[in-house]
Design a protein around this ligand. Sequence first.
Ligand SMILES: NC(=O)c1ccc[n+]([C@@H]2O[C@H](COP(=O)([O-])OP(=O)(O)OC[C@H]3O[C@@H](n4cnc5c(N)ncnc54)[C@H](OP(=O)(O)O)[C@@H]3O)[C@@H](O)[C@H]2O)c1
Length: 380
Amino acid sequence: MKYRKFGKLDWEVSALGFGAMRLPTEGKDYGKIRTEEARTLIRHAIDNGVNYLDTAWIYHRENSEGFLGNALADGYRKKVKIATKMPTWMVEKPGDLDRFFDAQMERLQIDHIDFYLLHALQQDWWDKMKRFHFLDWAEKKMTDGVIGHLGFSFHDKFPLFKQIIDDYDNWALAMVQHNYMDADREAGLQGIDYAADKGLAIVVMEPLRGGQLAKEPPEDVKQILEDAVPGRSPAEWSFRWLWNQDNISVVLSGMNTMEQLRQNLHTVENAKIRSFTGIEFKAIANTRKAYESKAPILCTDCWYCMPCPQGVEIPSVFDYFNTARIYSDLPTAKAYYASLGEENNAAKCTLCGRCIEHCPQHLDIIKLLKECHVLLYTEV
Ligand SMILES: NC(=O)c1ccc[n+]([C@@H]2O[C@H](COP(=O)([O-])OP(=O)(O)OC[C@H]3O[C@@H](n4cnc5c(N)ncnc54)[C@H](OP(=O)(O)O)[C@@H]3O)[C@@H](O)[C@H]2O)c1
């Protein structure tokens, strides 16, 4: 295993970490973890040097933390550091902070958590956490020795990412969605550099875009990658691109088979910081272009169309539609679309046309929203 600096801490993290969000399950029942198989995977990862495990309240319909608590018996707990997260959107009153935290400690069978994160921060939830004085609450837990270090995971744009970092001096880590297709989205490379300069460790999530970048690529992408380095798998390309970056501490992957775990352990052994050649960078740039050329809606995510008076989250709707087409992954796109809720989906459009007036790309947003809704909406 390769180990890397973890921000300001006097501790080295394994370059590959284990995300307990995509464990093997009974068929499609996301809540039913195949515990023996999953335990074997986690323990094999630890036996091979993985020392960072990531979980959260909601993963596997609230069964991931409890699973991990059991899986880390027999001395495995002391070989790793664990990160779990406050489900920010579920907090409704100040007492909820203790309620979630205490239940998490019980599920994980621990009385000290190494890293405690605010989950999936976006503007509303960060504002709410400030209203509930989360940082004072967490500082007290750190003084009491119950929380080791604080961090946050993030799903918004760079300005908020910067603001969150500037709002508090004592973050140990930031967890960002990062892969070669998302290098300029959310926190982006700009955010990673900013956080690293301030001494935060960077924990990467969705390195394979949840598996989309590991699938059999379309013919043109396959050709680009194969011409550059014959025989390298798409997953290996994605991981190597990440491990080439010196600002990244740990790349989490949600592995659910022994084969995936073995491959990723093999890749991490061979990947090196700042080792990418010009040919490899060019192949990644061309791959990105080839994927992006498959996006049917040429939205640049500038958000000039927002706010929509009806609350339709227009750029996100287009993003999910493009996801369905670029990666041939309709189920994921539908799940993202459903997460907008009935309040923010395209059906709320009243054809007012305010968005069209502001779109620098001159997209026919009203027509496109209708198409998106037809493709992505699933009645529940
Ligand atoms: N805080 C947050 O907001 C947040 C959000 C997302 C994730 N996370 C955390 O970050 C972790 C990592 O994200 P992720 O699970 O999305 O990681 P990921 O590595 O992008 O995706 C995992 C999926 O990639 C596929 N895969 C992994 N290794 C492979 C290989 N060698 N060959 C082929 N396919 C491979 C598997 O897909 P198949 O299942 O299709 O085989 C697996 O389910 C999560 O587990 C979770 O702990 C946090």
